[in-house]
Design a binder for this molecule. Structure first.
Ligand code: FAD
Length: 394
């Protein structure tokens, strides 16, 4: 049997997150967003509001201070943040913290690790980051140059990471390092690195095109000492288990705010097209305008159904790795094109800062790059449907 309806609890969740965001986050955001966007600064007052609502540990089990939300519930809540137009950069930082760092910790962490770290991520005492990408290239994420060598009861990490979301404000870093280069993806291990560990530092803050409220940075490891109890999951299973779980969430649930934002954009475009006139009639009468709106509406409906289906798979304990790649490929390319067309629809006003569509475009442009580029998603899907092994594609 298939049931496409959300149950009443999820409908209530969707409304309560939306109401909370509109009543508690937007009034703050309106005062500080433009200034912080130009200065590229994190909005701590908005982070406090995420904390107040329990979003920092939303999918974590209640015993570790979370809300025990399913992947589907997380999608619904995150989508509401997008619908309410909560700043894209702040939601990205929230996702890096909760999904990229917290979800693998809740999935693979030992009891001790969850007590030490998950509870602090949930309460906001720590800010989490996920560090896979390296300066030599993020697409080839299995040939890591960062190494980890066992020495007594410690691992010694050497190398560097780049483009790491939340790095300049981070306290806990989920770091991937090569523990056996000859094994490729089967020789990578995940480590939990605290910001004060000897030999570790944030080497640089990076400036970006969009999502500017979310700080991004580079990391350096110089004989960084990590205690052996900070290995997350099994040695050499950091990619096969931990990263693949992250990718499953990152390429689906983490994109749900953009589905909410697209819904908000659609509402804005409908109003604008009916009110703006040209040649004596509303521009909504022109087929060229109608097409842009219809294309957005159709993509949005497909995206939401696809997204919820993937979340449903995750909640059944499956790893919808290829489906998540397919969703990211479809939605990433679609939403970038739709926001581009939205600017076109609004003409000169689309290009001005007042309507914030130019900001939306700068923010959304990341989707086809971060979390694996569209080209890489195509490679993953091709490999799956053609039945090719990883080696044949690499
Ligand atoms: C704002 C931002 C935040 C990020 N946050 C994080 C984070 O928190 N943690 C983290 O670990 N990473 C993060 N990333 C990194 C992100 O995942 C990488 O940028 C992405 O995986 C691409 O890697 P790259 O930028 O090195 O591009 P490259 O790998 O250098 O690719 C360059 C180009 O070559 C293409 N290409 C590469 N290989 C192939 C192939 N086999 N076939 C066809 N085309 C190919 C790519 O598609 C791309 O167009 C972030 C990136 C950005 C921009």
């Amino acid at each position: 049997m298939i049931d496409f309806s959300l149950d009443p609890e999820l409908i209530q969740l969707r409304e309560s997150v939306y109401r909370y965001a509109v009543d508690n986050i937007l009034p703050i955001q309106e005062k500080i967003q433009l200034e912080l966007d130009s200065k590229e600064e994190f909005a701590w007052p908005i982070w406090e509001k995420f904390k107040e609502f329990g979003l920092l540990g939303f999918p974590f089990p209640e015993e570790y201070g979370g809300q025990g939300a399913s992947a589907l519930a997380t999608c619904v809540a995150w989508e509401s943040l997008g619908l309410a137009t909560v700043d894209g950069g702040m939601v990205m930082s929230l996702s890096a913290h909760t999904i990229l760092c917290g979800v693998p910790l809740m999935t693979y962490g030992t009891e001790d690790q969850k007590k030490r770290y998950l509870t602090k991520l949930a309460s906001g005492q720590m800010i989490g980051c996920f560090a896979l990408t390296e300066p030599h290239g993020g697409s080839d994420s299995i040939h890591l140059k960062t190494t980890a060598t066992k020495k007594g009861d410690r691992w010694i990490l050497n190398g560097s990471k780049t483009f790491i979301t939340n790095a300049p404000i981070g306290d806990l870093f989920l770091v991937l390092a090569s523990t056996d280069k000859s094994l490729g993806s089967a020789g990578i291990t995940a480590f939990l690195v605290e910001k004060n560990f000897k030999g570790f530092y944030v080497s640089r803050k990076l400036e970006k095109m969009g999502n500017k409220l979310s700080p991004t940075g580079e990391l350096a490891f110089e004989d960084c000492e990590v205690p052996e109890e900070n290995v997350l999951g099994e040695v050499n299973f950091g990619f096969i288990n931990v990263v693949r779980t992250i990718f499953g969430w990152e390429r689906s649930v983490m994109l749900s705010p953009s589905v909410g934002s697209a819904q908000a954009l659609l509402g804005g475009l409908l109003a604008y097209a009916n009110q703006r006139t040209a040649f004596g009639k509303p521009i909504s009468y022109f087929q060229a305008i109608q097409r842009k709106i219809v294309d957005l509406k159709v993509s949005l409906e497909v995206a939401r159904s696809y997204l919820y289906r993937i979340a449903w798979h995750i909640d059944r304990g499956e790893l919808p790795f290829v489906e998540a790649s397919s969703f990211k490929l479809f939605w990433g390319d679609a939403i970038v094109q739709h926001v581009y067309e939205a600017i076109q629809l609004m003409g000169g006003w689309g290009y001005m800062k007042e309507f914030k569509i130019e900001k939306g475009y700068r923010d959304v442009r990341l989707i086809t790059i971060g979390g694996g580029t569209s080209e890489v998603q195509k490679t993953i899907i091709a490999r799956a449907i053609l039945g090719l092994s990883g080696k044949e594609i690499e």
